[in-house]
Design a protein around this ligand. Sequence first.
Ligand SMILES: [Zn+2]
Length: 58
Amino acid sequence: MERKPVLCPCCGSRLIDESVTTECNTYEIERNKQKLADFYVKCWKCKKDIAIVMTSKN
Ligand SMILES: [Zn+2]
C-alpha cells in the first residue's frame, strides 16, 4: 500500500500518512474555528491543534 505523509501546516512535521488516492487540506484550528473538518490531531512537535479536511477520494 502506497502512502504519502500529511504535514503539519505550522511546522511541517509529519502528522499522519494518507493513501496516495486521498487528497486533504490541513489548517490550524485556531485560525478557522467555524470550519468543519473530518479529523483533528494535535501536532506532536509544535503542539498545535490541526484540522484535516478530506477533499477527494477515489
Ligand atoms: Zn506542527
